[in-house]
Design a protein around this ligand. Structure first.
Ligand SMILES: Cc1cc2nc3c(=O)[nH]c(=O)nc-3n(C[C@H](O)[C@H](O)[C@H](O)COP(=O)(O)O)c2cc1C
Length: 228
């Protein structure tokens, strides 16, 4: 399937406050795969049009010199079970003493969700000098956009790597080049599990104004943190 190729935009809007976007970003939370209910009661993954929109949004990220240093592998329907067989096989070979139910779990990983998208970091040799590091950062932004787009379409979504993202044999099944890596498997589906709150960092401990010590730096609201 191919993402929609949009014609070059003639003009885009100036920055504009959006309370709905701010509200969504302030409360952003992943939906854990273990709470997803795949393809039950008529609840399926995104249809072709929605998936195309999700992927198109995902690809709309900062990308220094337009290198598109990433690509997608979509697992839909029976393709999930087909790939899961490889995960199960590799797991069983490397863990021959594991109980059968654990092997079965491994052999059903992608089937926990309705649809899974592997985001592949695919950095280019840039003659003009865009560093690989920047290309990998762009790929991370793709993953985050995928999550946001899937959730904005009403789907549960989580970014996982688990062990198989780092396994050479599994990556060979995916056909990855030696320069490529899995940035994440984005699981997309449905859930009835309202996410539990997760502790978030105290932003005051992370921000300083240049030229000040971290402990004495100004908070984003303008107040000062105590020196103690
Ligand atoms: C690159 C990357 C890989 C991740 N892999 C896993 C994983 O394998 N297993 C897991 O439980 N969470 C993993 N996470 C974390 C979850 O996606 C998620 O961020 C976490 O559950 C916290 O939820 P939040 O996104 O609502 O803050 C990963 C996150 C990132 C950025």
């Amino acid at each position: 399937m191919r993402p929609v190729v949009t014609p070059p935009e003639k003009s885009l809007a100036l920055p504009m406050r959006s309370d709905s976007v701010l509200k969504r970003l302030r409360s952003r939370r992943s939906n854990l795969v273990k709470g997803m209910v795949p393809d039950k009661e008529g609840r399926f993954g995104p249809n072709a049009e929605t998936l195309s929109d999700i992927l198109t949004i995902a690809a709309r990220v900062p990308d220094h010199r337009k290198l598109t240093p990433w690509r997608f592998i979509v697992f839909e329907g029976a393709a999930r079970a087909e790939f899961d067989q490889h995960i199960g096989r590799v797991f069983k070979t490397e863990n021959p003493d594991m109980p059968e139910d654990r092997v079965t779990f491994e052999a059903c990983r992608l089937q926990r969700a309705s649809l899974v998208i592997a985001v592949i970091s695919s950095p280019k040799d840039c003659v003009r000098g865009t560093p690989k590091w920047e290309q990998e950062l762009s790929c991370g932004a793709v993953c985050q956009n995928l999550l946001l787009a899937a959730q904005a379409h009403g789907f549960a979504a989580q970014w996982l790597t688990e062990w198989y993202a780092y396994h050479a044999e599994i990556n060979a099944v995916l056909g990855l080049g030696t320069f490529e890596r899995v940035a994440g498997y984005i699981y997309i589906g449905h859930t009835d599990a309202v996410p539990l709150p997760r502790t978030r960092p105290d932003i005051n401990t992370l921000v300083q104004n240049f030229g000040t010590k971290l402990a004495g730096s100004k908070r984003p609201d303008g107040s000062r943190k105590s020196e103690t």
